[in-house]
Design a protein around this ligand. Structure first.
Ligand code: DGJ
Length: 750
């Protein structure tokens, strides 16, 4: 079935469908927009008006005289504050007379092919008109001369629906927007489990599951960035839904600042989901003639379980959120010096580290923090983006040249949004930070947040960055951000606009990214915020990959990367092999496991390879060779979660090529136990009719049998391990934190 939008003759029912899903809205008796159906595609194009249930209920308030209609119990599309609905509104406005009641009635619509660009905001895009259709429903609060547009874009493929809203003030006085969400959807029951991806610095995006009950369940951030603590992504699923089957809906907010995603179950088990900018600390003054546009929320609906939901996000975010030169390209294998040297380096030392890396086949050397200004520790230098000539006598340009001459691409770390008070930049512009004048502000890691609501501040950073980038042909930039925002007050804004600071700040970050990627389209950007503190879809629009976590331990990373995979593609997951004992958890995960985890990511090394033995270096060379051979498949293949590290001692995942002729399975064991049961790992996504060969890494034949895909998926791959410590590495047996990669190839087609 093709992508269609059916609109009833009286313009009161709107049915968007692509066959896979249907999204149906209708005009309610009071003129507001109601939600009629969201789920599996249904055929009947119209005729849904009578599905609105209006029952007289005690204690309800009714906006229409002599009618029992109340907004409290009907399903709405974009509920407003202050009328007969007492649930969380999508929109709350303070009008010039101080009242907070709004009344938006449907007054028209537009339908067009493709999807609009959101000015200054990241968003999913289309490349041709036939990929999606966009329905804009126009609503107006005539008395207050306000216009509200609700944007719905449905994609032809998959269960994808994107939503956002804009508000325009046609009146003569400013109004204050107190809440304006990107999405609100009312569902007819709440028999769902809520899946969130939460944690903290170093243990980001752990899967947490709870049931919904009457009341509110929510996650969010008020820290100025999407945060390590919560990710702007939630899934609701039926209790029976598993990885392979069952109903689930994902809500993913394309935004990097303060956010709220909330589920509210009411007295009658109606479920309202809202997602958007966190209303706390937010207020936007909308002057006459101005429009406010919300960020976008991407929903994915499926009946096919969580793997299918994730795969839809993976492909969408890889192909229609990420942009530019690196979008479809496998990522360079890098060596980053942070965990190798921290601040203790000079040019020759870096060259020495890079030489070993290059010898092992790495393609890119990344110089992390500490190369600029007076930065010898984390107390000074941020804001002074000029090479420290004591360390780098030839500057960035000279170092880059030396790297390039030896065949390595070169990349550099910046933290553009921050300043240390001990810097020339701060001394010249002490009033360019966010702080409340006359009140001591908090520092975080000795640094302060630049006022990115101000163009002149962003310009000054841009100028310093371009000065370097124009001279040195960098291949990569790591854009870090190492503290949350406190004292969100801008000296440049009047008192009644201070509620805009958080949002204006993130718009400022986006604008700097945009200017840089336009000017240097071939530079690969990796976003970072003390690891995974800004791992969100908003960032992926500018930086195709993100440093996943500062916890680089191979065992911890299995959980972090597994959790991340629910909403984000493997090509976006920054993952490196680091040294042992690991710097965060002091654990000794064997080298092969560290690599077997990192290869389900962008892959690189975060250590001085020169410290490894000759035998280990040979192993590294083989890992790099393996990654070069398979990175396209690993990063862009179809990814399946097989066994969760949140539930099991053994975990597993796999990728399959589009034509299903090739697959790689990653199998990981946390602790080794003796004399374990038999274990068959059921694979997914293979062609049941193809026969496959199976090898482990290093081209060791795993079995002489050539099983068919159906056998591998239903009987499974035998991974029984009766004894422990089967893998030999450097003449040692490893029991704990063991792993294997299985390479599965279709027999050549006869
Ligand atoms: C935090 C990042 O996550 C690390 O990888 C490293 O770049 C440090 N900052 C440098 O200060």
């Amino acid at each position: 079935m093709s992508l269609n939008v059916y609109i009833s003759n009286d313009n009161k029912v709107f049915h968007m469908t692509n066959g896979t899903i249907s999204y149906i809205m209708g005009v309610l008796p009071n003129g507001h927009l109601g939600q009629l159906y969201y789920g599996t595609g249904i055929q009947n194009p119209q005729d849904f008006q009578e599905t609105v249930e209006i029952l007289p209920r005690p204690m309800t308030s009714c906006p229409i005289e002599n009618e029992w209609f109340s907004l409290e119990h009907v399903h709405q599309e974009y509920p407003v504050y202050g009328n007969s609905d007492f649930r969380q509104p999508a929109l709350a406005i303070r009008h010039p007379d101080g009242s907070t009641v709004s009344d938006f009635k449907v007054c028209g619509f537009d339908l067009f092919d493709g999807k609009p660009h959101l000015e200054g905001l990241p968003a999913v895009y289309t490349e041709s008109g036939d990929e999606a259709k966009t329905l804009t429903i126009h609503l107006a609060d005539e008395k207050k001369q306000l216009e509200l547009d609700l944007f719905y874009s449905m994609f032809k493929e998959g269960g994808i629906l994107t939503r956002s809203a804009s508000l325009t003030n046609r009146g003569e006085k400013p109004v204050a927007i107190e809440t304006m969400m990107s999405l609100s959807v009312d569902l007819p029951d709440s028999d769902y489990q809520w899946l969130q991806f939460s944690g903290a610095w170093g243990r980001e995006r752990e899967l947490k599951i709870r049931s919904l009950e009457q009341g509110i369940t929510s996650i969010g951030s008020r820290r100025g960035h999407s945060s390590h603590n919560h990710n702007p992504f939630v899934i609701i699923k039926r209790p029976y839904t598993n990885e392979d089957d069952g109903e689930a809906i994902g809500f993913s907010l394309v935004y990097s600042g303060n956010f709220l995603i909330q589920a509210e179950t009411d007295t009658y088990n109606n479920l309202r989901i809202v997602a958007g900018i966190h209303p706390d600390g937010f207020e936007w003054k909308l002057n006459p003639g101005q429009t406010f546009q919300t960020p976008e929320c991407v929903s994915v609906y499926t009946q096919k379980g969580l793997n299918s939901l994730s795969q839809t996000y993976h492909k969408l975010y890889q192909k229609r959120l990420t942009r530019g030169y690196w979008r479809d390209r496998p990522r360079p294998i890098l060596n980053n010096n942070w965990e190798a040297t921290a601040f203790d380096f000079n040019e020759d030392r870096l060259i020495e580290i890079a030489k070993t890396a290059q010898n092992c086949g790495c393609e890119l050397f990344v110089l992390d923090d500490g190369w600029f200004g007076a930065r010898r520790n984390d107390k000074a230098g941020l804001g002074d983006w000029k090479a420290n000539r004591d360390l780098l006598p030839n500057g960035i340009e000279g170092l880059c040249r030396r790297m390039n001459e030896m065949g390595m691409e070169f990349g550099l770390w910046f933290e553009p949004e921050m300043v240390n008070k001990d810097s020339d930049f701060y001394r010249s512009h002490p009033d360019w930070i966010l702080e409340v004048p006359d009140r001591p502000g908090c520092h975080g890691r000795n640094q302060y947040v630049l006022d990115f609501t101000r163009k002149e501040v962003i310009d000054a950073i841009y100028d310093q960055m371009t000065e370097i980038l124009d001279k040195a042909p960098l291949a990569y930039i790591k854009w870090d951000m190492n503290r949350s925002i406190t004292e969100a007050y801008s000296r440049a804004l009047p008192a009644d606009q201070q509620g805009e600071v958080f949002h204006r700040y993130i718009l400022g970050v986006y604008s700097l990214y945009e200017r840089l990627i336009q000017r240097y389209p071939k530079i690969l950007f990796e976003s970072c915020a003390s690891g995974g503190g800004r791992f969100d879809p908003g960032m992926l629009y500018y930086a195709p990959q993100a440093w996943c976590s500062d916890d680089s331990d191979g065992a911890e990373r299995i959980r972090i990367q597994y959790g991340t995979s629910y909403g984000y593609p493997i090509s976006s997951i920054g993952a490196h092999v680091s040294e042992i004992p690991n710097q965060q958890v002091y654990r000794n995960v064997p080298l092969h496991t560290r690599a077997n985890v990192a290869c389900f990511g962008t892959f690189g090394y975060e250590l001085d390879l020169g410290n490894l033995s000759a035998q280990e270096l040979d192993q590294v060379k083989s890992q790099v060779q393996f990654m070069k051979e398979y990175r396209n498949l690993l990063q862009f293949g179809t990814f399946y979660r097989l066994k969760s590290p949140f539930e099991n001692n053994i975990s597993a995942w796999m990728v399959v090529s589009d034509d299903r002729t090739q697959a790689i399975v990653g199998w990981y064991r946390t602790l080794s136990h003796v004399n374990q049961p038999f274990e068959h790992l059921k694979l997914k996504g293979l062609d049941p009719k193809m026969r496959y060969t199976i090898e482990t890494v290093g081209k060791h034949k795993y079995t002489n049998r050539h099983p068919y895909g159906d056998e591998l998926m239903h009987f499974g791959l035998i991974t029984s391990d009766g004894l422990s410590g089967q893998v030999m590495e450097n003449d040692k047996y490893y029991g704990d934190f063991d792993s294997r990669l299985f390479i599965i190839n279709a027999e050549s087609v006869q």
